[in-house]
Design a protein around this ligand. Structure first.
Ligand SMILES: Cc1cc2nc3c(=O)[nH]c(=O)nc-3n(C[C@H](O)[C@H](O)[C@H](O)COP(=O)(O)OP(=O)(O)OC[C@H]3O[C@@H](n4cnc5c(N)ncnc54)[C@H](O)[C@@H]3O)c2cc1C
Length: 442
């Protein structure tokens, strides 16, 4: 009698069935399949920045994504298993107990996620590890340069990939091998989080992501995208795809395909091109993270340049709470805390404030964004922060924004500041001066 081939599919930032080449491959290769997601309880504890890695709002979005994924899997007589353990331990134990011979996952840009993958390969030498690019527009072997020669700037990268074509997205799998009888009641054990405080604009999951994709291209917003994308607020001013993209609820190739269809039907213009251009930025940061590994998280960044900043707990706290001497910054931070989202313009402004005005180590800002942003993506977040802090891929050095000018341009009537209650309550950055004397208000 021949042994049944057992596969383990490790879901990560690819929580979907559509355009999932890995899952399609697993469906063809193995006789039994275990669909696993791992939530490390450590991510709810304070990290080296004193912050939990995942906010309650992010946890909510993740839970909704997992429930939706489980529902999609159940339609194919499969189901999801969520383990509340470190991924290496959970996957090692399941793979050993169920004689798994294949482990699948989407290629991940994160250094730590890649360390986990390598650790598992070491621990399970007889298992075949399969990794496919499903988080990016291009596959690694499509790139016209070896990763070690990734261009130093976005413009060079954009020019070098200009001739590449984006592979057509795959249909959702319509068949999956059965599960070899492992079932857990993961939903009842999902970590608790308080629901009350957040305004829910984004619901997690493939179903919600595909709905936004459809709605966005059913409107004409893409034809006005270039001008509108810089607005500080407003659902229609940018695509809002990012949270679903970050969790893999949406495939970036699927977005590109729908964008092309839209251009064929409604006409291509500078705006529709610009949406693709932004997806190329995302793409650049994905390969940037792959290439630079651990350097993505270091103070000196990839430039190995020491920023003139330090750590001031009080300033950092005030920045997080939206209680700085800068109304525009406060409004943006309050918007983030309430919704889990901030516009691209807002992100640039608050990052510039933290680094230039408050002189705080940029990594604390990146860690706070990691906690709060529903669209947190390791590559896009840390890559953009490095760029703004002047230790990343920006050929011009760090960016310093003039808040008054930004306010005049993007919030001339103060509507945004009013809406998010950015009013200044505190004109001092510090409550004690460098010699530890209380600062006396003038
Ligand atoms: C300091 C800082 C931190 C950021 N952290 C993240 C993050 O963790 N996750 C994240 O997805 N984006 C991040 N961004 C990029 C950008 O702000 C968001 O992708 C965008 O605002 C999301 O809104 P949207 O989907 O409506 O974007 P749209 O303007 O509609 O753009 C479409 C898509 O293009 C991509 N994109 C757009 N701008 C960028 C950019 N500058 N870098 C990389 N990709 C981009 C996103 O995938 C986005 O969904 C960060 C930017 C800054 C300045």
């Amino acid at each position: 009698m021949t042994m049944r081939k057992v596969g383990l599919y490790w879901f990560n930032n690819d929580l979907r069935l559509h355009d999932n080449a890995n899952l399609s491959r697993a469906a063809l290769e193995v006789d039994d399949l275990l669909c696993i997601y791992c939530l490390d309880p450590q991510s709810l504890m304070p990290n080296r920045y004193g912050l939990a890695t995942i906010s309650p709002n992010r946890l909510r979005f993740l839970k909704e994504s997992l429930i939706d994924l489980d529902r999609q899997l159940q339609k194919l007589d499969q189901h999801l298993i969520v383990c509340y353990q470190t991924a290496v331990k959970a996957i090692h134990d399941i793979a050993s107990s169920y004689q798994v011979s294949y482990i699948y996952r989407s290629r991940h840009p994160g250094y730590y996620e890649n360390q986990q993958w390598l650790a598992l390969q070491k621990q399970l030498p007889l298992v075949q590890f399969v990794e496919t690019d499903t988080h990016t527009l291009f596959a690694m072997d499509q790139l016209p340069f070896p990763l070690a020669k990734l261009p130093d700037t976005f413009t060079q990268f954009k020019n070098s990939v200009a001739q590449l074509s984006v592979v057509k997205p795959m249909q959702a799998v319509d068949f999956l091998p059965p599960n070899p009888k492992l079932k857990t009641d993961w939903l009842s054990r999902f970590p608790d989080y308080s629901k009350s405080e957040h305004e829910v604009f984004f619901s997690g999951g493939e179903t919600a992501g595909l709905k936004q994709l459809k709605n966005y291209f059913a409107s004409h917003n893409a034809s006005h995208y270039k001008k509108q994308r810089n607005e500080l607020d407003g659902w229609d001013n940018s695509s809002k795809f990012s949270s679903w993209l970050a969790n893999g609820n949406l495939s970036v190739r699927q977005i590109c395909f729908n964008l092309n269809q839209y251009e064929q039907q409604s006409g291509a213009n500078e705006s529709t091109y610009w949406l693709f251009f932004e997806l190329l930025w995302r793409e650049y940061f994905q390969w940037y993270a792959h290439h630079h590994g651990k350097l993505l998280f270091t103070f000196r960044g990839i430039k190995q340049q020491k920023p003139l900043t330090s750590f001031y707990p009080e300033r950092f706290q005030k920045w997080c709470n939206g209680n700085t001497p800068y109304a525009l910054v406060n409004a943006c931070m309050k918007q983030l805390n309430k919704t889990g989202f901030m516009s691209n313009r807002g992100r640039q402004i608050v990052a510039s404030c933290l680094v230039n005005e408050l002189a705080v180590d940029w990594r604390y800002g990146a860690a706070y964004f990691e906690q709060q942003l529903l669209d947190y993506d390791v590559a896009a977040n840390w890559g953009n922060w490095q760029y703004l802090a002047g230790v990343g891929a920006d050929p011009r050095g760090k960016r310093h924004f003039d808040f008054e000018k930004q306010t005049q341009q993007y919030d001339p009537d103060g509507l945004f500041i009013n809406k998010w209650q950015g009013g200044i309550q505190n004109f001092q950055i510090d409550s004690v001066d460098a010699a530890d004397w209380p600062v006396i208000a003038e």
